[in-house]
Structure formats: structure tokens, C-alpha cells
Design a protein around this ligand. Structure first.
Ligand SMILES: *[C@@H]1O[C@H](CO)[C@@H](O)[C@H](O)[C@H]1NC(C)=O
Ligand SMILES: *[C@@H]1O[C@H](CO)[C@@H](O)[C@H](O)[C@H]1NC(C)=O
Ligand SMILES: *[C@@H]1O[C@H](CO)[C@@H](O)[C@H](O)[C@H]1NC(C)=O
Ligand SMILES: *[C@@H]1O[C@H](CO)[C@@H](O)[C@H](O)[C@H]1NC(C)=O
Ligand SMILES: *[C@@H]1O[C@H](CO)[C@@H](O)[C@H](O)[C@H]1NC(C)=O
Ligand SMILES: *[C@@H]1O[C@H](CO)[C@@H](O)[C@H](O)[C@H]1NC(C)=O
Length: 500
């Protein structure tokens, strides 16, 4: 009798179990990889990197929050998802997005039987009245806890499945952690799950949890050879004064640098708590953990202050660390990867063929492929957004400039003609960047990252015209590409290797 009951129990559980893997995606906001942004992440190192693979050449399609998140969720380039910038009429949680939103990888997984969970910052205008309000729950999520608006640490509203909940004094990263832990504890084996944890850290205002304040009080900003040097032969915005920044500005850069690290410590604790909860619930072995950021960050490079929105490595290169079933441990993989690859990678690991319309390609794990790739980065400069302080000398041109404040010595961080597209071209021997600006000069920048990792020397006028021409043609073609087959190396590569 007992064995019969046992037998029925086993039969029952094996019929009801869905063995497909679970996914946990941790998406930070503005976390660089080139300035030491991963140094404070001891738990990410221990629980994800040591147990998985670190991607050393991971880039984003656009170095700015909303367009980059739209790419991560859809697997599409900016020119295909049409989330151009962070404002509503620039497509950030706008009307076109709401049509696309039904086609994110979350929607596909949910339709195939996954429990899907989101907590934290969503597309920047989510929850605002003119974007539909916090009662609107984006399709694709069975459990949604989206932050209303942009990055903050206190005094925010979260839409808990359409119920707006305000908090003044709960530290946001900890709230996201608690929701994530609770969701995992609620899972049964009848359905796999996918969760996104998207804390705004280390975004401005870089507020650490009280327990982490002053944890890095002795840390100062990293000073690579490109730190606070005058921008030579770079596009117009970078040549704006003051250049270099005055000495009086440098302590502020140090403060920003260490506050960012301190604000990341609660994210690092969250990672440990999530891994522990997965482990306690026997879910860890069948779960992929993906740690990445929506864009990088610069602090002082080429006499800029602190921000993103530029085509340099600090801004477009991001951390990407993945652990999970059959993924090599303690391994560094140099294959070039873009954030649009995440959605098709997850679908493929879940046993679903990614749609042909997706621009990214599934990551090939454990092969360290000597893959050549031309990765497209697009940025559409902003103006007229009310961020030019009237005390700045350029306040007369607030139509075309943005992010100019006296506390930055009026160094502007953005302009309408800070609009560009770049090719980041990587293979075993090639490590190039070619950028074209949509400004009055049709300005071009080109760097050989192998010999010039800090992008000090613009070589666009030093290379053979045929090579310049090839990049120009490839870039033009990439800017209208659609679908993975078309967006991956659309033109044949001339034999560049002999030149470098
Ligand atoms: C990964 O490397 C670290 C540091 O070298 C080591 O402590 C750890 O045991 C390794 N982990 C695995 C799973 O190999
Ligand atoms: C954002 O993009 C839209 C559409 O291209 C543009 O009209 C708008 O001016 C941009 N926003 C800002 C603040 O520049
Ligand atoms: C909280 O946010 C609201 C709206 O964003 C603002 O009006 C209010 O002053 C803030 N309160 C505090 C204590 O910062
Ligand atoms: C987990 O389940 C409990 C009990 O039903 C519920 O109160 C809680 O909201 C759930 N957690 C999440 C994150 O959905
Ligand atoms: C910072 O440096 C001072 C002087 O070298 C030292 O006494 C102090 O312990 C350091 N603090 C931290 C948090 O490392
Ligand atoms: C870029 O825009 C600024 C502000 O409108 C203008 O002063 C400058 O001449 C422009 N530069 C180029 C190269 O287009």
C-alpha cells in the first residue's frame, strides 16, 4: 500500500513538473566595467563569476537607460524599437513601445508557461499619468513591481501589480531584494520562472544604504591616462570648456566615485540573498543568473564630469556575468556580445526558437569562439529638456544643449548634435571603433583599441581611405538592418589585418 502511494506520488510529481530552467536577471543602472565598477561586487564574483562565465567584451546598443532597456527586453536595435531617448515623445514608454511590449522575451516566456516577475526600474516614464499611470501593468509579467519614474533610492512609488504603493523611508534596493526573495519562496515545481531585478543603483544621486555609508571613504576616482585630459580631435561637445576641469572639481569626482561603490554594496547583498534563497529551495542548479547593466559611466574622462551618453568604452561597455546549467565556471569569454543577445539567449535556453525579427543572436557558451563581429551603437542627442541652468553662459542655446549645471562648472553633458552611430569591431586580431556624428562637421572618430585602449588618438585621418570607406559603408548598412541574419556583419570584411 505504502509503495503504491509512493509510486503514485512520484508519478504525479513527474507529470506536473516542468523541468525547463529558471532565469534571474539582475540589471543595474549606470554600472561601468572599465573604471572598476565591479570591484565592490564580492558576492557577484563569488556566486556568479566563480561559478560561471564573465564576458569580457560586452556592449550595449545605446549608452542611455531607456533605449538600452528597450533593447534588452526586445532584442532589437534602437532603430527598430524606436525608443530614441529617455522622454515620452522620444519613445520611452510611448505609444509604439506599448505595441512592441507584447513581444518582449517576458511575454513569450509567460505565454509558454513561465511565471514572470519584474521588480525595480522599468522604462523611465513608466507609471506617470501621461504614460498611462501606475495602474497599468505591462504585458508579459505575472508579478510586476515597477518603479514609477526614474532612478531614486527613497521617496518613490512602486506599482505592485497595478496598485501604487508609496514609500518614504524604505531603501529601494532592499525592497527589491525582499520582493525577489519572497517570489522565489513562493515558487513550486509545477512552473519554471523568470525574474528581473532592476535596482537603480549606482545611478545618481548615488545614495548608499545607511549601513554602507563611508564604506569606501578612502577610495578615489580611477585616473587612467584619459582622466581630465583636454579632448584632442574629438567631437564638438567634448571640446566645450572647461577643459581640463579645474582642480576644485576633482574632490567631487572622488565623492561620486566612492558613493557609487557604496550604493552598489546593497545590490551585492541582494545577489547573495537571492542565491541563498534559490539554494535553500533547491532551485539553484536549474537556474541561470545573468548580471549586467543598462550602460556604463564616465567620471572625468577627457575632462567630462560624470555621466554616460558618449561613445567611449567607459560608457558603452558593461559587465556581463552568467552562471547556470552547463555554463563553464571561473571562465572568461572574449566573444563580442551585445545586450540585444540576452533576449534570444534566454529564449533558446528555455527551448524556444527566437523569432527571426530579433536583431540579437543567442550567445554560444563555452566555446570562446574567435568570432568576428561588428556591433552597432546608436545615440540620439537631446536638447530642449530644461536642464541648461540659466546661470550657465550657454543658457541662450537651451534648445540644443542639455545637462549643463553650475555645479559641473557648466560643462554640458549632452547636445542635440551629440548624435552618433558607431561600429565596435572585434575579432581575434581586430579591436576597432568607428563613429560618425550627425553634426555640422560630419565629425568622425576612430580608435584602434589594441594599441590605444584609452582612446586618446583619433586615427580616422591616418587610416587608408579604403578602410575608412568600408567602415562608413558598413555603418550605413547597419543603421537600417533588421533581424539577426541581416544585422550581423552585413558586408564582407576586407582584409584589414595586414594594416594594423
Ligand atoms: C574559481 O576561482 C576562485 C579563485 O581562483 C576559486 O577560489 C574557486 O574555488 C574557483 N571556483 C570554481 C568553481 O572552480
Ligand atoms: C527625444 O526624441 C524625440 C524624437 O526624436 C525628440 O523630438 C525630442 O526632442 C527628444 N527629446 C529631447 C528632450 O531632446
Ligand atoms: C517626495 O517626492 C515628491 C514627489 O516626487 C516630492 O514632492 C516631495 O518633496 C518628496 N519628499 C521628500 C521628503 O523628499
Ligand atoms: C508570496 O506569497 C505570499 C502569500 O500568498 C504573498 O503575500 C506574497 O505577496 C507573495 N510574494 C510575491 C513577491 O509575490
Ligand atoms: C582610511 O585611511 C586612514 C589613514 O590611512 C586609515 O586610518 C583608515 O583606517 C582608512 N579607512 C578605511 C575605511 O579604510
Ligand atoms: C553643435 O551644436 C552646438 C549647439 O547648438 C553648436 O554651437 C555647434 O556649432 C554644433 N557643432 C557642430 C559640429 O555641429
Amino acid at each position: 500500500m505504502l509503495s503504491f502511494i509512493l509510486f503514485s506520488l512520484i508519478l504525479h510529481s513527474s507529470l506536473c513538473e516542468d523541468k525547463r530552467p529558471n532565469f534571474v536577471i539582475i540589471l543595474t543602472d549606470d554600472q561601468d566595467v572599465t573604471l572598476g565598477g565591479m570591484t565592490p561586487m564580492k558576492n557577484v564574483q563569488r556566486f556568479i563569476a566563480n561559478e560561471g562565465t564573465t564576458f569580457a567584451n560586452s556592449y550595449v546598443t545605446s549608452p542611455i537607460c531607456c533605449p538600452s532597456r528597450a533593447s534588452l527586453l526586445t532584442g532589437l536595435h534602437v532603430h527598430n524599437h524606436l525608443t530614441w531617448n529617455n522622454s515620452l515623445h522620444g519613445g520611452c514608454y510611448g505609444r509604439y513601445w506599448k505595441r512592441l511590449e507584447t513581444k518582449t522575451f517576458a511575454g513569450t516566456l509567460k505565454a509558454s508557461g513561465y511565471n514572470t516577475f519584474y521588480a525595480g526600474k522599468y522604462l523611465n516614464n513608466y507609471g506617470f499619468k501621461d504614460a498611462g499611470g501606475p495602474e497599468l501593468v505591462p504585458p508579459g509579467w505575472s508579478d510586476f513591481h515597477g518603479l514609477v519614474g526614474n532612478s531614486v533610492y527613497y521617496n518613490y512609488t512602486i506599482s505592485n501589480n497595478g496598485v501604487p504603493t508609496h514609500s518614504n523611508d524604505l531603501y529601494l534596493t532592499d525592497v527589491i531584494r525582499d520582493l525577489g526573495v519572497s517570489f522565489i519562496e513562493n515558487q513550486t515545481e509545477s512552473r519554471p520562472f523568470m525574474m528581473v531585478l532592476a535596482p537603480p543603483a549606482p545611478h545618481q544621486p548615488f545614495t548608499p544604504a545607511p549601513r554602507h555609508k563611508d564604506a569606501f571613504s578612502n577610495v578615489t576616482a580611477v585616473k587612467h591616462p584619459n582622466f581630465n585630459v583636454r579632448a584632442e580631435n574629438k567631437h564638438w561637445l567634448l571640446t566645450m570648456p572647461p577643459s581640463p576641469l579645474p582642480e576644485t572639481m576633482l574632490p567631487e569626482l572622488d565623492r561620486v566615485y566612492r558613493s557609487r561603490w557604496e550604493s552598489l554594496l546593497s545590490v551585492d547583498e541582494m545577489v547573495a540573498d537571492i542565491v541563498e534563497t534559490l539554494d535553500n529551495n533547491n532551485l539553484l542548479d536549474n537556474t541561470y543568473l545573468i548580471y549586467t547593466s543598462d550602460n556604463g559611466y564616465h567620471i572625468g574622462q577627457f575632462s567630462q564630469v560624470y555621466d554616460k551618453r558618449q561613445p567611449y568604452e567607459s560608457d558603452i561597455k558593461v559587465p556581463l556575468v552568467i552562471r547556470g546549467p552547463n555554463i563553464a565556471k571561473n571562465y572568461t569569454d572574449v566573444q563580442p556580445v551585445l545586450n540585444i543577445d540576452i533576449a534570444p539567449t534566454i529564449l533558446e535556453l528555455a527551448g524556444i526558437k527566437p523569432p527571426k525579427s530579433v536583431d540579437g543572436k543567442p550567445i554560444q557558451f563555452n566555446q570562446n569562439m574567435d568570432r568576428e563581429r561588428n556591433m552597432l551603437v546608436e545615440y540620439y542627442g537631446e536638447g530642449r529638456d530644461g536642464t541648461v541652468d540659466p546661470h550657465c553662459p550657454w543658457a541662450y542655446d537651451k534648445e540644443n544643449l542639455a545637462q549643463c549645471y553650475p555645479q559641473y562648472d557648466c560643462k554640458c553633458q549632452d547636445a542635440r548634435n551629440n548624435t552618433y552611430a558607431c561600429l565596435r569591431h572585434i575579432s581575434h586580431r581586430i579591436n576597432m571603433k568607428y563613429c560618425a556624428f550627425a553634426d555640422e562637421q560630419n565629425f568622425k572618430e576612430m580608435y584602434n583599441l589594441n594599441s590605444d585602449p584609452y582612446e586618446m588618438k583619433n586615427i580616422v585621418n591616418d587610416v587608408f581611405p579604403s578602410i575608412r570607406h568600408w567602415y562608413k559603408l558598413t555603418l550605413t548598412q547597419m543603421l537600417t538592418c533588421k533581424g539577426a541574419d541581416n544585422c550581423d556583419n552585413p558586408l564582407e570584411n576586407p582584409k584589414l589585418i595586414s594594416v594594423f
